[in-house]
Design a binder for this molecule. Structure first.
Ligand code: SF4
Ligand code: SF4
Length: 443
């Protein structure tokens, strides 16, 4: 059994002020990666709640320490799992970031770039694809090698070099899933479901989408890929860009309503968490509040969907030692821990290992590894040490950011023999239809 659904999932209304629920007991502190790393109250959940209260009461300006400590939060929501008072910390930090977004003045160029990326690129699958084409070209023409050489000579800013290092190899990947496609079930159809393709997921991890589709087909599902869907807007909501997030949520609700599906399947934990919270995101919208609630109720992570069917037992043996790492937004935001483990455990021959701290963030957290590279890498180092001590052949995790971050950490630690895979790639392999991308790390 999974733990009960998160109280703020599937559309509960957002109270005006959620901070009074915090009784300042401090039980969340040791669950917080930034507190563990920095040891400062202001970088703990409780400390950030104090800052939010001080800001609300007009005792603290937005610019300065408030913006800094709110921005240093990973939004990993480990504090929610640890909190006995049910403080909905994810909503609190998103509200605080909305205030920062509205009031903080940034340099003009930074502001323009943010507006372009969040307001134009992510809401448009076409524009996003165009930019990924440019990145592929950048790698194919050898410009990446040149930039990395300059970075090693410290001839470009370290922050830019850090960002560049995180860019995965985009060559030789599966082609993105075409929006509007329909995939028939293998055999009699048990369910007609919709697939969320996401933004970066479809450009970098289409191989995982294809594995997911094959696994669903094998389990009697017809899969519809609604043509007018867009990015889930999790990045926007986490950054406090709420109005754009709401508009994107409405477009997704319309797209999946028109598709006439019985479930909205998502294989990226961060996207799933946000899609399940559309009800809260649009709680005050008279036209969309109830539509958003029923949409969110239909969203399921692929692992909980297959676990609930239940999925057919895979016929092939996989003699593999696998460590499962919980994506924060699957464990803490969606409260799903056992479904992916059960799916992996039913594969004959597979040995499931437990990490010491599978519930601790890997430091990816959306674009945190870009906005806070140093802290992100410190958090990642702990994860990689845990993996090394556990000694798996494969690390399984169901979120694109975690896949890239852990692959990057393994590369930096020269642990090239450990692969990182999405649970659907492993299941797909056990069903005997491994994709051509299996066998390479995502970075
Ligand atoms: S969301 Fe994560 S980083 Fe932020 S306060 Fe909670 S535990 Fe700490
Ligand atoms: S967020 Fe929860 S666990 Fe943390 S100090 Fe407040 S009441 Fe205690």
């Amino acid at each position: 059994m999974e733990t009960p659904p998160h109280p703020h999932q599937a559309g509960s209304a957002v109270p005006a002020d959620l901070t009074p629920q915090c009784v300042h007991c401090g039980l969340c502190l040791q669950a917080c990666p930034t507190y563990i790393e920095l040891g400062k109250e202001a970088d703990s959940p409780r400390g950030r709640i104090y800052l939010m209260q001080a800001q609300q009461r007009g005792r603290l300006p937005v610019a300065g320490s408030f913006a800094q400590h709110i921005s240093a939060c990973l939004d990993c929501r480990a504090c929610e799992s640890a909190c006995p008072s049910g403080v909905p910390y994810g909503e609190l930090v998103e509200q605080a970031r909305e205030i920062v977004e509205q009031q903080l003045e940034r340099p003009l160029l930074v502001e323009a770039l943010r507006r372009y990326v969040f307001g134009w690129v992510f809401p448009s699958p076409r524009l996003l694809r165009f930019h990924f084409h440019l990145l592929r070209l950048y790698q194919r023409l050898g410009l990446q090698a040149l930039v990395r050489r300059l970075a090693s000579l410290k001839l470009i800013p370290s922050r830019l070099a850090g960002m560049e290092r995180l860019l995965p190899d985009l060559g030789g990947r599966a082609a993105p899933i075409e929006l509007g496609a329909v995939f028939r079930s293998a055999g009699p159809t048990r369910r007609r479901v919709g697939l969320v393709t996401g933004c970066v997921m479809n450009e970098i991890f289409a191989g995982i989408h294809r594995a997911t589709i094959r696994v669903l087909q094998r389990n009697g599902c017809e899969i519809v890929v609604p043509s007018s869907q867009v990015c889930c807007a999790a990045l926007h909501a986490h950054a406090g860009i709420t109005a754009t997030a709401q508009e994107m949520a409405k477009r997704n609700i319309q797209a999946f309503e028109q598709a006439g599906v019985s479930a909205v399947i998502v294989n990226a934990a961060g996207c799933g968490a946000k899609l399940k919270e559309y009800g809260a995101l649009l709680a005050r919208d008279p036209e969309y509040s109830s539509r958003a609630r029923s949409f969110s109720q239909g969203v399921v992570d692929i692992s909980e969907f297959l676990d609930g069917l239940p999925a057919l037992s895979p016929p092939d043996r996989l003699e593999l030692k696998i460590a499962y790492d919980d994506p924060c937004h699957l464990l803490h935001a969606q409260r799903i821990a056992q479904a992916p483990r059960r799916l992996l455990q039913q594969i004959p021959g597979l040995k499931l290992l437990e990490l010491q701290n599978p519930d601790q963030c890997c430091g990816s957290a959306g674009i945190y590894n870009i906005t806070h590279p140093e802290l992100s890498m410190r958090i990642l180092e702990r994860k990689i040490e845990d993996i090394e001590q556990c000694g798996p052949e494969v690390v399984a995790t169901g979120n694109p950011g975690c896949l890239l971050q852990i692959a990057h950490g393994l590369r930096m630690a020269h642990l090239h023999h450990i692969q990182v895979m999405h649970p659907m790639e492993i299941l797909d392999r056990a069903y005997g239809s491994a994709s051509s991308e299996n066998g390479r790390n995502p970075g």
